[in-house]
Design a protein around this ligand. Structure first.
Ligand code: 4AD
Length: 453
């Protein structure tokens, strides 16, 4: 039922409850139309389902409206259900009245019947949600966000709204968008301000008061990387749990990813059939089978050994202390394990200041989750809960304590071992659907040199 009107029902709802001989009213946009002398077949879509509603127009209407019912036209139809002789749909609507609400000139309509390339669709991001592929991506993204909240709410986590305007660089990587207003050197706040790269530091405050918490919102990184996996603006889900170690963080991440992925695959089954057929043949089948087995778990040192033993020629060097690059991550997940794999205990120098230093002093209690086809989708860790050690880590990196005074204070009263992770929403969507470029996984992508619309 459409809210705000007792009469308008969406096509998904109409197609679920057809009764032969009864009247129904449908609204939507023409996806395809076919005219012959005495009859016209018009397929309407409204975004609520990948399926379309077939409307039959008989002689008079067909001739009168032929010119106005081309692709893209917005229409309202009142008609009577009849069983369809066609194999594609069990029922169709025989029109009794057709109202063209918004005309669309098929000659200039930018999305023609043939599938236009994803690259071309990026140049018309204001219209691309009308294409079959983006219609499906948008529905799956919506279901994914809903299932993420359901998972955490169902497990008693408290949703915390961390700020978008930040005063610290959580990851310490310097990839910050600076926020300025007014003409004072310190800008609006009297202190430097940035768009947040992560809500983690702030959500940690609430883990020390509410135990199990999460934040979910947009995050921003000014990294100048033109890869298919990096965006300057993306959404991140960050749970944080108190009285917890790295093992607890990994157990939560695995249950979360498996549960949410399984539910979304079920809930959007028709959309996934579309992806598996047209977008990335076989991909969804592979994701489903990867979800059957437990995820693999190895240390960074073991990952390096596997890469060395592979005898592969990689573009970037392999060895203890070298960063795992995307090609290495994908080799591990796609070829070696063929399923998601947690890599743990990375060298301290490679990771952020807040990660808990391991007993050997060389590595930290960190984990990344790597998946086939994408690489890293999660980064997380147990946090350094010892104040003195945290100060030491800041000093080693040449970072100032002053802006982080409040973060250090969390360690002073009732400090607990705690940890959490960040999941990139678009990366998860890429993994599930087989979309290979992050620019197609977010409605209006922002990447270096591109922020149109
Ligand atoms: O590994 P990252 O940088 O971790 C953090 O920000 C931690 N503070 C999270 C935490 O422990 N609460 O980022 C986490 C995830 C990555 O694994 C990736 O999925 C995604 O965020 N991500 C990006 N997604 C798209 N574009 C980018 N530029 C991204 N950078 C990170």
């Amino acid at each position: 039922m459409g809210l705000g009107t007792q009469r308008r029902r969406r096509i998904a709802d109409l197609l679920a409850t057809p009764v032969a001989g009864e009247l129904a009213e449908a609204t939507g946009w023409v996806r395809t139309s076919r005219f012959s002398k005495n009859v016209a077949f018009v397929h309407l879509g409204d975004g609520s389902t990948p399926r379309t509603l077939q409307v039959i127009l008989e002689a008079g209407d067909a001739e009168r409206l032929a010119a106005r019912l081309g692709i893209g036209a917005a229409v309202r139809v009142v008609g009577r259900w009849q069983e369809s002789p066609g194999a594609k749909q069990p029922f169709e609507l025989v029109a009794e009245s057709v109202d063209v609400v918004g005309d669309s000139d098929p000659a200039t309509y930018p999305l023609q019947k043939k599938q236009t390339s994803l690259e071309h669709l990026r140049t018309i991001a204001h219209l691309r949600s009308r294409s079959n592929t983006h219609q499906a991506i948008v529905r799956v993204r919506n279901a994914l966000c809903d299932e993420i909240h359901r998972f955490f709410q169902g497990h008693g986590f408290v949703w915390i709204h961390t700020p978008i305007l930040a005063t610290t660089d959580c990851e310490g990587a310097g990839e910050l968008f600076h926020v300025s207003a007014g003409d004072r050197p310190e800008g609006f706040f009297g202190t430097p301000a940035y768009l947040t790269v992560s809500g983690q530091l702030q959500v940690e405050c609430f883990a020390q008061s509410h135990t199990d918490v999460y934040t979910f919102g947009p995050t921003f990184r000014a990294e100048n990387s033109q890869t298919p996996r990096h965006a300057a603006e993306f959404w991140m889900i960050e749970p944080e749990i108190a009285f917890a170690t790295l093992d607890d963080v990994i157990a939560l991440a695995e249950e979360f990813v498996r549960t949410v992925a399984t539910r979304v695959l079920e809930r959007c089954a028709e959309d996934f059939t579309f992806f598996d057929t047209f977008l990335a043949p076989g991909h969804v089948t592979a994701v489903r089978s990867a979800l059957q087995a437990p995820f693999a778990r190895i240390t960074y040192a073991e990952a390096v050994d596997i890469l060395v033993a592979s005898k592969r020629t990689f573009e970037f060097p392999v060895g203890w202390g070298e960063s795992l690059q995307s090609e290495h991550e994908r080799y591990l997940a796609e070829e070696h394990f063929r399923r998601p794999v947690f890599v743990t205990n990375y060298p301290r120098e490679q990771k952020a200041f807040y990660m808990r230093v391991d007993a050997d002093g060389r590595t930290v209690a960190a984990t990344d989750l790597l998946v086939p086809g994408v690489g890293e989708i999660i980064g997380g860790s147990q946090r350094e809960e010892r104040e003195a050690e945290l100060r030491h880590q800041l000093a080693l990196r040449g970072m100032e304590e002053a802006p982080l005074w409040w973060y250090l204070e969390l360690r002073r009263w009732g400090s607990t071992p705690h940890g959490g992770f960040g999941l990139g929403l678009e990366r998860m969507l890429m993994w599930l659907t087989g979309v290979s470029n992050i620019r197609d996984a977010i409605p209006f992508p922002r990447t270096p040199g591109q922020a149109a619309f």
